[in-house]
Structures are given as C-alpha cells and as structure tokens.
Design a protein around this ligand. Structure first.
Ligand code: 13P
Ligand code: SF4
Length: 306
C-alpha cells in the first residue's frame, strides 16, 4: 500500500479521535488499516463499547446503521453510502407488519442484515454467529425469522421451535451450487469444506462446518487440516491466509464476490474523514426500539461467551 496514503489516513483517524472498523470481506488494504476487522457480531460489540468520538465503518449500510443504533451520541461515518446489502432490502417494516398480522402473536428474530426500521419492530436481532443461540433463547415455541430464508432453515436444523421464514436471501451465498462444491471437493479431496449459514440447505448439508466469517478464521486456526474450501464471499480468503499463513484456502466458487463490499476505496476514506462526509444517523424514534433488539442480542451473546 502507498505509505503516504496510509499515514494520511492514520493521521486523520487520530485527528478525528476515530476508530476504524472493517468487515472481513473488505479489500485487503482497508483490512490492513483498520483498528478491528471482524464479523457482524464482533463489529457490533466493538461499536457498542468504544470510547472513540467517531466510528469510521467500512462495510455495508446496515453495519454502519447498527453502529449508529448502538452509539447514538457518536458520529458514524460510512465512506460509501451506496454500499448496501441487497438482502437487507428484501424486507420492509410495512411488509413485515402485514405478514405478522396474518399470524398468531410470536417473537420476531431479525438478522442484522436488515434496515434499522425493520430492527425497530423486532423482538431480538441475530447474526450468523449467534442465530441458533438467539432462536433457542426465546420463551416461545413459534417465531418469525427475517429476512434470510437460508439462515432460518439452518437455525431450524438446530432447534425444536417452529420457524416461519421470510423469503429473502443473499444473492452471493445463494448462488453457490452443489455442482460448484462437488467440483471443488474433487479438485481438493483432502480439504475441509466450511460454509456460511447464508448458503442454501443443500450446501450446508455438504459442509464440515457452518460458520460466520470470523468463525471460519478461528476454525481454520484450530483445525489440524491444512487445506480448506471456503463457502463464502471471496474477500474472506485474505484474512484467512493472514491468520493461517501455512495453510491453503480455496474458494468454493470464484463467482462469490459481493460488489457492495468492494465499493469503499482509500480515497473515499480520506474524503470521509477530511470532510466528515457520509454520516449515518438513525432517527431517534427508530433508534430507540431498534437498540432494544440489538442490545438483547449482544447481552445474550456476551452472557453465553459467543
Ligand atoms: P458475518 O456476520 O458472518 O461476517 O456475515 C456478514 C455477511 O454479510 C455475510 O454475507
Ligand atoms: Fe449482503 Fe450478501 Fe453482500 Fe453479505 S455478501 S453484504 S449478505 S449481499
């Protein structure tokens, strides 16, 4: 990376008393600069605990919004407001309320990949790292899970509860096919196959482990295996290799690239910090109820050591 650029960003972060958070799918040069890289759960927890005045969030919109929900008195900057998550747009509060009106009363578990206004009408949030624990923590036999149908089906495999699922999905993870995985397994017969819970059920069936992005990094570190087929967005290959330089990682499919996760550039970060551009602020009437759902998830995760 250009050393001048790196120093410029480091100086701006210091000047703004800012912390830089980056998701595990972000480009390598961004991950290398961040104070913390992680999965959605780790980044949410950090956003709730930091004493920095500014949170510079390198990820997609729902992640920056979650930071604003958790730290309403801090300035949250998202250097590219057009970096969204297509799955998060697959449910609106109006659609969810209409669906709930057709069903008996039940809790709503909302994946953090959702808008702040959907979180605001939810009982509790979840991430890919804690979905099973969240579902099983509820004092109800029946619940609604939005927006990811694949995550809901994965949670249902590990719960006795009846789960009503929304028909949303991640276009990147949902595109992984049995043929892709069979081809990778044939090419790398000794490799362990790790899949993200956003993958379809037939892919989860084929996996040695279904894990969040940071879960995959930890699993590879602890595993005796030396090679892994990675069933998630290809940006994860960088932190996997960084944490495990002597191990080998192969994408389950080269098509698994999230263009939204690659939008932020170093130039965008400089502009955002210099001019305080890209501020994300969740309005108070949405932030307050959304905080209840996100905080319940964080409290549960911390109490269970997830
Ligand atoms: P993780 O929380 O596992 O990092 O996943 C976030 C995401 O957007 C997956 O597509
Ligand atoms: Fe959303 Fe999928 Fe991109 Fe994750 S990989 S941010 S779920 S579109």
């Amino acid at each position: 990376m250009d050393i001048k650029m790196r120093d410029k960003i480091k100086n701006l972060l210091k000047k703004r008393k800012a912390i830089m958070l980056a998701h595990n799918y972000q480009p390598p040069e961004i991950q290398d600069l961040a104070d913390l890289c992680g999965d959605s759960l780790e980044l949410s927890i950090k956003a709730s605990q930091t004493d920095a005045e500014v949170i510079l969030f390198c990820g997609v919109t729902f992640m920056a919004e979650t930071a604003s929900i958790l730290s309403p008195h801090k300035t949250v900057l998202h250097p590219r407001k057009d970096a969204g998550c297509p799955m998060a747009d697959m449910v609106t509060p109006e659609e969810l309320e209409a669906k709930l009106a057709e069903l008996p009363p039940m809790p709503v578990v909302t994946y953090v990949n959702s808008s702040a206004s959907v979180k605001a009408i939810s009982t509790i949030c979840c991430t890919s790292a804690n979905a099973i624990a969240v579902v099983n923590s509820l004092d109800a036999d029946e619940l609604m899970m939005v927006p990811d149908r694949n995550l809901a089906m994965y949670a249902a495999l590990h719960s006795k509860k009846k789960i009503h699922f929304w028909d949303g999905y991640c276009p990147i993870h949902d595109s992984l096919t049995v043929e892709d995985v069979n081809a990778a397994k044939q090419k790398y017969p000794d490799a362990v196959f790790m899949a993200h819970p956003e993958c379809p059920p037939d892919i989860i069936d084929m996996a040695d482990a279904a894990l969040s992005t940071s879960g995959m990094i930890r699993y590879a570190m602890e595993s005796k295996s030396r090679s892994f087929i990675v069933g998630t967005e290809i940006g994860l290959l960088y932190p996997l290799k960084k944490a495990n330089p002597d191990k080998f990682f192969y994408p389950a499919s080269l098509n698994m690239e999230c263009s939204d996760m690659k939008k932020i550039t170093l130039e965008d970060i400089v502009r955002s910090l210099e001019f305080m551009e890209g501020e994300v602020k969740v309005p108070e009437d949405i932030q307050r109820p959304a905080l209840k759902a996100v905080q319940r998830m964080i409290d549960l995760s911390l109490s269970k050591g997830i």
